[in-house]
Design a protein around this ligand. Structure first.
Ligand code: GDP
Ligand code: CA
Length: 325
């Protein structure tokens, strides 16, 4: 069985770990979001790819949800002591090794997909059936417009990482831009994996800054729409709120309510002009299923709390079984 998973960082990693648990013998291609990548102190950082790589490779800090296990922060102390900006981005000492290798290879002209494969050769060697592809090799970065009374027009633009890590998604997000997305091409293997898949899973990752950019890479949405495999989407919004993260701050910015049904409608049914065959909502949102069904989006209800890979595997397997039955 060939499975494609669309994933962001923390939620995407937990989901993928559950998919692997549910289908230990499948070939799983994870298409990771790169729209929150950032260059910091000259180093190219790909937060979602790294979270996926470390988590699935057993090298991630499960409690924090991102970064390396057993991390220390001495390099960033030195940067702070020099007054080197920015100081708000969490660059761990062990994590720095990854960014150094990546930055060096990128500078030598190696595409990000190849760099990612080389980094994963270390972390995913135990699981040759697992493959990580960046959504694109082309640089894409997300910027958020926030209010600023002193700036021209009363607003200024900050990198998504600054919005999230430094500002904790506090200011209202007036607008979002994924710079570079129009010119981005799907990374080698992405369209091929979707076309060859037996199953395409849209993880419960942030619909605005994780899944949104993947679908916005020209060609990816069309690939999902024409995929021979069933496409299942899983809600990361439970009972009107994300389980973690800032989706509730960003969904309104793109005109989508913070609500599992609204996110399902936003992705849409393949029978209309959307990307899903089936939308899966949490038991807390069971009440929204009949209306979604009536609107042409087949909807399943499951306990979607990813408390462990086993718990995630249970809802993945049971929804897939029902769809394939
Ligand atoms: P990020 O890139 O690190 O922000 O992570 P993702 O975009 O991959 O995932 C964040 C999303 O995962 C959030 O919108 C969460 O609501 C969702 N999420 C996190 N934990 C759970 C969970 O246990 N169940 C479900 N259904 N969604 C979750
Ligand atoms: Ca992310």
């Amino acid at each position: 069985m060939q499975i494609v998973v669309l994933a962001g960082g923390v939620g995407g990693s937990r989901f993928t770990a559950g998919v692997r648990r549910a289908y230990p013998d499948a070939t799983i291609t994870v298409v990771g979001n790169t729209a929150d990548d950032i260059t910091i102190h000259g180093l190219r950082v790909c937060p979602d790819l790294d979270t996926l790589m470390y988590t699935l490779g057993g090298g991630g800090d499960a409690e924090r949800g991102w970064g390396r296990l057993d991390e220390s922060w001495r390099a960033i102390e030195e940067l702070r002591a020099y007054g080197a900006e920015p100081t708000w981005f969490g660059l761990g000492d062990r994590d720095l090794g990854t960014h150094l290798v990546r930055t060096e290879l990128l500078a030598a002209g190696v595409p990000l997909s190849e760099v990612t494969a080389r980094l994963c050769a270390r972390w995913w060697a135990h699981d040759p059936g697992l493959r990580l592809l960046p959504m694109t090799d082309d640089p894409v970065e997300t910027y958020v417009d926030i209010p600023d009374a002193d700036a021209p027009g009363g607003r200024r633009s900050v990198h998504f990482q600054e919005y999230w890590v430094r500002l904790h998604a506090g200011p209202e997000a007036l607008a979002l831009r994924q710079v570079g997305i129009e010119a981005a091409r799907p990374a080698p293997g992405v369209l091929e994996a979707v076309a060859a898949a037996d199953l395409v899973l849209v993880g419960p990752s942030n619909p605005v800054v994780s899944i949104g950019p993947i679908l916005a890479v020209p060609g990816v949405r069309e690939a999902l729409r024409s995929a021979p495999a069933p496409v299942l989407g899983f809600s990361g919004i439970l009972h009107g709120a994300p389980v973690l993260g800032m989706a509730h701050r960003l969904l309104p910015t793109i005109g989508v309510a913070v609500d599992a049904a609204a996110v399902g409608r936003h992705y849409g049914s393949r029978r209309a002009d959307g990307v899903l065959d089936t939308w899966v909502v949490d038991t807390a949102d069971a009440g929204s299923a009949p209306a979604l069904e009536a609107d042409g989006l087949p909807t399943l209800v499951r306990d979607l709390v990813m408390s462990s890979p086993d718990a995630t595997a249970v809802f993945v397997r049971s929804t897939v079984d029902q769809v394939l039955a």
